[in-house]
Design a binder for this molecule. Sequence first.
Ligand code: F6P
Length: 552
Amino acid sequence: MSTDPILQDAWRRLATLAARPDAQRIRPLFAADPERARRFTVALDDLTVDFSKTSIDTEALVALLDLARAGGVEGFRARLFAGEPVNMTEGRAAMHMALRAPAGTTLKATLPGGVDDASALALAERKRMQAFVAQVHDGELRGATGQPFDTVLNIGIGGSDLGPRMASEALTLAHGPKLRARFLSNVDGHGFAALARELDPARTLVLVASKTFTTQETATNAQAARAWIAGALGEAAVGSHFAALSTNLKAVGAFGIAPERVFGFRDWVGGRYSLWSPVGLSIALAAGWDVFQAMLDGGHAMDEHFRSADFAVNLPVLLALVGIWHVNALGLRTHCVLAYDERLRRFPAYLQQLEMESNGKSVRLDGTPVAGPTCPVLFGEPGTDAQHSFMQLVHQGTQAIPVDFLLAARPDHDRPDAHLILAANAFAQAEALLRGKTRDEVEAEMRAKGVPEAEIARVAPHRVFSGDRPSTTILFRRLDGFTLGRLIALYEHKVAVQGALWGINSFDQWGVELGKLLASGILPELKPGGQPGTHDGSTTALLTRFRELRQE
Ligand code: F6P
């Protein structure tokens, strides 16, 4: 818990406002203020964020903005952009902004033992990537049999998969890919088996994406792909079919990938921020360089906005504060993201890592326990599919779950009617969450349909919606590369601001290490002749049963 009295006051003020009897009511706020929608909507050009359908009123907004100031968000933002080691457990900067900065920008990044000219390094590598993409698209770079590539297979996991997978899908679904993109992340061999059935090795370019180049899943899948290429085309073919995206150039060399096919980045790029780096090569190959560059430009535009806009109109800061209101003031520990856009179907999966790996922490920078909740559990699906699965719970379950709705005004297909149906559903869901349906309304509706009174009494309670369920709507003109870049950077900075206010390190992920370590101990036990190790009773029994079931 911070001992800064101004900050403590700001948190207390928030708690006091949240303790008001009507703190979760939203409809009365609209009734009291006809200007509410306008006053609680902020836009950056066409990118419009409406948080009026939350219970944040003027007093709460003032308190939240005070909290952002007292919580040192300005100082944190300055340190972030100055390339200071904000990832203090690893002594590293978090300088993914350099990857999307245009030529002429100077951004530095601290690492243990020195300071990088991050923007210069990023620009040089971007030029190499661009040349490589052009060579593949022009058919200058071909597979070992002389055939041009028709597929890029990205092998990676976590940040080396989720971002590239989400973005290439988002940016190719409307117009089709320049190169078909496939993604292999899970070590489960069923994934590779399915791809091996589908793909032609002679026309497949394999990208091994791994920041550390030590990740077990990626190493296993990369070896499988290597054997697949070598088996089909001969060992000599491997070099023409592989490229690597990594910070660990030594390990890449040991795998046998030639230096001209290795695209590097540095440790000031966190795994979940790496889609802007060479890890995004699959996006550029699938969607085209111009689209990838537009995504970088969109990310940079959001950086500039985050860096310069007053907190009261600063989209990442406001999105972070809306989250703080829900999580810390109102105690709502779940968050739902509904993109009404088929192209963003992997966006919630991508955000799960961004938000939960970054802010799923319970210890402050100084090692003391946090005073309250941090990252909420995040989930989501595209709309309208979500409406036919879990939205029942969001409307009528026992807990309020804040929702982010995302929607493009213009589609990139030629069925305007379908898009209007999609949009109508997005607006209707947000409105239904807000408005609800009272018992009186339900009864009147049933009476008008001639339903007998006894039946009304029996069923009416089940048809009541509480309403006053919060949502934020993010509306934009089109989902192009630029807007996708703005959206991703919007959430990245939102997460960073929340981390700063919670006083945690958003840029490490020690919580995933123990499982990795234990798995490497269990693996030899599972192999033929492996000796049982020492575990808790449940794990020992399950390992025994697993061995039995394999033998039966
Ligand atoms: O899950 C832990 C993690 O380190 C993520 O942060 C990262 O994105 C992922 O593993 C993959 O790591 P790498 O790119 O080094 O293979």
